[in-house]
Design a protein. Structure first.
Length: 310
């Protein structure tokens, strides 16, 4: 890889949209994606990697456009049969999507690492970028709430984000190691991008992998983050509610504070231009532009803004 590569830390839906745009601005082969696996989950013994799958399906043009996750046109009769057996079925797994989880679990049981398994699945669907899980071990994000300690997916999907959040933690992350391939990706890169993803449950787990922050800092590369909050609201997901309940400002400023010391450049939406000075006060360069990716042109324009000049 030439030194024109980009490493992107990515959550699910927002990150995937951004990656579609970035892949039109630089060749996709030059993009190394570090995917969050903190939202990984086990259903009937199957290993589900929602964010890795959302990135894969989106870049492959197979994602459900209405949901932003899962496979377009998928059907759910396997889930209906599972329900008849009494299996917990609040997590919607479509028939085609289940094939991915069956195959991933099978390969993991054969002894392959999650990085290799993810690469094989990505190759199957023609991804030209390199997709790496943040770690190969299982380090699920837990949400301590006023209704108990929940797996992230229980909080997000089963409880529909209703409980009040008291704490977010990344279980077993201290024992995890970053995936092979990341140092090489960084060695050929000219920039690290933190995609517009929830800082607590998408980017937080990636940065919590031991050595990750040091590796980014020691790379000497500019680290550019895109705010996932616009006008104090997340376009998708519970970022604003979670930040507020944990005592952070539910705004681009709150996100910038969480990324202080990691990102030196921050992209915020035009609706938030009043926050520019405060974020600059954190020692970050700030760019104000449209960050709402409604269509393909918006995605490309945002990727161009991120890539500079700064
Ligand atoms: N999100 C939901 O709101 N409801 C679901 O039933 C659901 C199932 C699901 C299955 C596979 C998958 O890859 C993603 C799925 N998601 C579902 C999305 C997921 O819960 C989250 O949006 C991410 O984990 C956070 O990025």
């Amino acid at each position: 890889m030439s030194s024109q590569g980009v490493v992107v830390l990515a959550g699910g839906v927002g990150a995937s949209k951004f990656l579609l745009g970035l892949g039109r601005v630089i060749p996709p082969e030059r993009i190394t994606i570090v995917g969050n696996t903190g939202d990984d989950f086990k259903v009937c013994g199957l290993r589900i990697c929602p964010d890795l799958d959302t990135v894969t399906y989106t870049l492959a043009g197979k994602v459900s456009p209405s949901r932003g996750w899962g496979v377009a046109g998928d059907e759910f009769d396997c889930l209906e049969w599972l329900q008849a057996y009494g299996a917990p079925c609040w997590f919607q797994l479509g028939n085609r999507d289940l094939a991915t989880h069956l195959w991933r679990t099978h390969l993991l049981e054969q002894g392959l690492g999650l990085a290799e398994v993810t690469a094989r699945i990505a190759r199957t669907w023609g991804l030209r970028s390199q997709l790496l899980p943040m770690t190969e071990s299982y380090a699920p994000t837990r949400v301590l709430t006023d209704q108990g300690d929940l797996h992230l997916q229980e909080y997000l999907v089963r409880e529909k984000c209703r409980p009040r959040v008291l704490q977010v933690s990344y279980r077993h992350v201290e024992q995890s190691r970053m995936s092979p391939g990341l140092p090489e990706g960084l060695a050929g890169a000219c920039r690290v991008v933190i995609a517009p993803s929830n800082p607590l449950i998408s980017i937080g787990p990636i940065l919590a992998v031991p050595g990750m922050k040091d590796l980014l800092r020691d790379s000497g590369l500019p680290v550019t983050a895109v705010s996932p909050l616009v006008g104090g609201r997340a376009l998708k997901g519970p970022a604003a509610k979670m930040l507020k309940e944990l005592g952070h400002p539910a705004s681009a400023l709150g996100v910038a504070r969480m990324l202080q010391g990691v990102a030196g450049q921050f992209v915020i939406d035009t609706q938030d231009k009043a926050l520019k000075k405060d974020i600059e006060g954190l020692g970050m360069q700030v760019k104000v532009t449209n960050t709402v990716m409604a269509g393909p042109a918006d995605k490309v324009a945002l990727a161009q803004a991120v890539m500079g000049p700064w």
